[in-house]
Design a protein around this ligand. Structure first.
Ligand SMILES: [Zn+2]
Length: 412
């Protein structure tokens, strides 16, 4: 059975983690930062030294390929990849693993001269973590980028995408040109750490992803009335914060009762106005995020939350306004890709379990233009987006070999 070189993969993981590596462990390598651009240069050189053709598209996505020099419907390609950007104070594997395991697989295939009918390519997608706009590169590649928004896209610290890309040598206004002809892509498979505890708890080394959650965010604004916090009798208060608080607690109950096994929701942003101790809160705004792998469940939850907001507001004599902020649909992983992963696991004698991804991934954009799927490996303690994110060496090696044999099956 052909196998990847784990020592080479491990060495590259260690090297990439050095770009933006933090003294206490972990990595800060946000899209288009200086450390990120150094990492891009290093990655391109590694791809070239592995014998791959390399190029960078208009959305700053990096590609390395064997059998093609650019994407063309005449030569549909089997594509793998992930991202090399990180969240601030993130870990060394989120994204980096999928890119470097993909590179390792292609290098193994090239060096061993393994047979494959279709060409193969590995991608590093731009700004997956959404410093400027989540899943930016794969969105542009899949033709889902709203180019009218590019001028307004900015990081939370106020830097504009246009300026950050210009510094890195790109024209953000041309990012839409990264759109690929879907006929040029035969299939996409992405290896990623699970970022949750399910595989570890089940003691199973490989996860075959069935679906990726859809995510909706709404802003709910409860508007009551400011009053003296000492002199206003309790029963006369129209407290915007209390309405928002009741909404948040009851919404949690709705997820438990009507969300099925996989839906989750979170209130992660709360603003109270005017926000002083001696005034009854006139207004409270919260951002409510809901996720589910099933589109019907997500729709049902969104409707239940909106109805709840109206009920709570009425009872507490406040006004409420619920505004949609963003919505991505759940993505279904293609059965042929799931089957290829399952067959690769069987050939390698590795148990696998089906699960859904509770986090967003570039694969959800690719799923809109081609057969797409994901391979998960266990995360120690389910930890991710933090500096102690890690996976066991043998878990990484097994996952990379499953990726190798999945790619060979898809390209056969
Ligand atoms: Zn990731």
């Amino acid at each position: 059975m052909n196998a990847i070189s784990f020592s080479r993969l491990e060495q590259r993981l260690r090297t990439l983690a050095g770009f933006g590596g933090l003294p206490g462990g972990g990595v800060t390598r946000q899209a288009f930062s200086a450390r990120h651009e150094e990492a891009r240069g290093w990655l391109l050189a590694e791809m070239a030294s592995a014998g791959l053709e390399t190029w960078v598209d208009a959305a700053a996505n990096v590609f390395g390929a064997t059998g093609i020099r650019h994407f063309s419907p005449d030569r549909p390609v089997v594509l793998t990849g992930s991202h090399i950007d990180t969240v601030p104070e993130g870990g060394p594997l989120d994204g980096a693993l999928g890119v470097l395991a993909g590179l390792e697989c292609l290098q193994t295939i090239v060096e061993a001269g393994l047979t494959h009918r279709l060409p193969l390519a590995v991608a590093a997608w731009t700004d997956e973590e959404g410093r400027f706009g989540s899943l930016f590169g794969s969105r542009a590649f899949s033709g889902r980028l709203d180019t009218a928004r590019i001028a307004d896209m900015a990081s939370s610290d106020g830097e504009r995408l246009v300026d950050a890309m210009a510094r890195a040598g790109f024209d953000a206004f041309r990012a839409g040109e990264a759109k690929v002809d879907p006929a040029a892509i035969s299939a996409y498979v992405e290896m990623h750490i699970e970022q949750g505890p399910r595989l570890e708890e089940a003691g199973v080394p490989i996860g075959v992803v069935e679906a990726i959650v859809g995510i909706r965010r709404v802003r709910a604004r409860f508007v009551g009335q400011a009053d003296h916090a000492g002199t206003t009798p309790m029963e006369r208060r129209r407290d915007g914060f209390l309405a928002a608080a009741e909404y948040a607690v009851k919404a949690r109950e709705i997820v438990g009762k009507h969300g099925g096994a996989h839906a989750v929701a979170n209130v992660g942003v709360v603003h109270v106005h005017p926000g002083v101790a001696n005034i009854v809160p006139a207004r409270c705004e919260l951002v409510h995020e809901m996720r589910a792998p099933d589109a019907d469940v997500l729709e049902r939850l969104a409707k239940s939350f909106a109805a709840l907001a109206r009920r709570v507001a009425k009872r507490r004599a406040v006004e409420v306004e619920v505004q949609p902020m963003s919505a991505t649909a759940p993505a279904v992983c293609a059965p042929p890709v799931q089957a290829a992963i399952t067959d690769a696991c069987a050939a390698l004698g590795l148990p696998a379990m089906r699960l859904h991804s509770a986090a967003g991934h570039d694969a959800q954009n690719l799923a809109s233009i081609t057969d797409a799927g994901m391979i998960f490996i266990p995360s120690v303690g389910g930890r991710s987006h933090r500096i102690d994110e890690t996976s066991a060496p043998d878990a990484i090696e097994r996952g990379a070999n499953v990726l190798l044999h999945t790619l060979l099956r898809l390209a056969a």
